[in-house]
Design a protein around this ligand. Sequence first.
Ligand SMILES: [Zn+2]
Length: 538
Amino acid sequence: MVGVAEPAAAGTYRVLARKYRPRTFAEVVGQEHIVRALTRAIARGRIGQAYLMVGPRGVGKTSTARILARALNCVQGPTAEPCLECEPCLEIESGADVDVIEIDGASHNSVDDVRQLRDTLATRPLRDRYKVVIVDEVQRLSGSAFDALLKTLEEPPSHAVFQFATTDPHKIPETIVSRCQVFEFRRLREEDVRLKLVEICEREGIAADEAALAALARGCRGGLRDAESMLDQVAAVAEDRITLDDLELVAGLARPERWLDLFEAVAEDRGDDVLRAVAGFLERGGTERDFVEQAADALRDLLHVALLGEDALGVEPAPERRERMRALAKAFGRDRLEAILGMLFELEGRLQRSPLAARALLEWTLLRAARLGRLLDLAELAERLAAADAGAPGGTAAATSAAPPPVAAPASAAAAPAAPAAPDAERSSRTTEPVPAAASDFASLLARLRERRPTLAECLERNLLTGRVESDRVVVELRPPSEGDRAMLEDPVERGALERVPGSPGPWELCFLEDSSGPPDPVVQSLLDTFGGQEESP
Ligand SMILES: [Zn+2]
C-alpha cells in the first residue's frame, strides 16, 4: 500500500498515523493479550531483557516498544502508566532520548553496527533507568551481525532491555528467538479498525460515509497504520465527504458490488463480463495483485456464508448485497469456492514469478475459474456413473457425502484390500476390481486417472519415474518437470483430482527429483512461464 509523505510546508500538520499513534498501553488497539502481559510484568517488577515483537506491518509493534520504553524510564516508573510529561517520556516520543536507541534493521544490518551497539550498551545509562534498544525489522540483520548480537544477548548488561520487531520471524536464528520473550501481534479486527477510523474522523472533523469507512477498514486487512494513511490520502481529495467512489479512485479499493458482479459472471461462465471486470479494475488504477487480494477477500466472505450462514459476516452488508451473496454462495457451493480460492493463491505466486504477464495470468485464471463449475459437474457425473456401473447397492447416490478416508493402521491395514470406512464409491469400485494395496496397484490407479483426467494423467506419465501405493497415500517420484507441468502438478484443483481417483488411499505425494538434464530451452521456458503451460482439461 502506498505510504504518505509528510507535507513539509504544512507546519503543524501531522499525518494521521503519527498523530494517532498510541502513546499509552490503554491506547493500543486490538492487542489486549500483549498489553495485559506487559503491564502485569511491569507491576510485578519482572522486566525481561529481550522481547521479540512479531506481527504484520502497521499493527502497533514499534509503538508498543516505545510505550514499554517509556514505562521503564518514566521518572515515576517503572510504571504501566507513564506520565507522558517528564523528560524521558517526552524525549522518547520525539526520538531524542539518549538512552533509548532506535535502529532500523534494514539500514543498520552489519556486524559493525551491532558491535557499536554493544559498546554503547557497555556503559550505564546517562540519565534513564534502562538503556532500551529497539531494533525494527530485525530479520534484516546479516548473519555475522546476528552472531555478534547473540554474544550480547548471552550476557546482557543488567541495565539493557532489547526489543526486536519483525514481520518475518522465520528469518531470525533460533538461538536469538529462544533468548527472547515472544509477543505475537495480531492483525486488527476489521471492526476495531473501523471504530478507530470513525473516532479519527470525528476528532478531525472529516465527513465520511459509513460504508466508505467500513470498506477502508476491510481493504487494509487489519493494518491500522495503512488504514490511517489511506484515510489521509482520501480525505485530501474528497469533495465534502468521503464516499466509496473516492476510495475507488484514490485507494484502488473496488466497491463491494463489483466483486459480486465479477463472481456472478464467474459462476455463470460469462467470460466477456469477467474480462470487463478486470479491465475496469485496472483502469481505475489498481494492480493485478491488488485485484487478487481483494477478490480473495470477497471470495472468503462467500465461503463463510456457504459454511457458516450469512451471520458469519463481520460488517453488515446492505440488504440487497446480502441477498446476492447468499445466492452466490449457494450457486458456487463449498467445493468450488475452495477450488477458486486455491487458484487465486496459486496465482499470487505466479504473478511474482512473471510480473510482465500479470494481466494475462489474471484473466486466464478467472476464465478457468469460470469453467471450473462445468468441470466439477462433469467429474461428479463421471464418479456417479462409475459407481452405478459397478452395480453398487442403493446407498451409492450418497457418495458425495462420504466419510473421511480411513486412518490406516500401519502394517495390517496395508494387507487388507478394502479399508472398512472407505467411501461408498471407492468401496464399490473395489468390489469389481479387488486389487491388493501393493506396488503393482499404482498402474491401475493411473489407468483410472487416465479415464477421468487424460491431460493430468499424461502430464504425470510424462515425468514419471516410479509410483507406489501405500496404506494411506500414494508416493510418486518424478523427473524435474517443465515449469508448465509443475504448475499443473502443483495446482490444488489437480491435486484434489488425484486424491479422488477411486481406489486412491489418500493424498498423492509428488517428489520431484534433482535436475540433472541441464537448463530447459529458454524460449520454451519463457512461453511456459508466461502462459502457465497448462492445457485446459475437457
Ligand atoms: Zn514520564
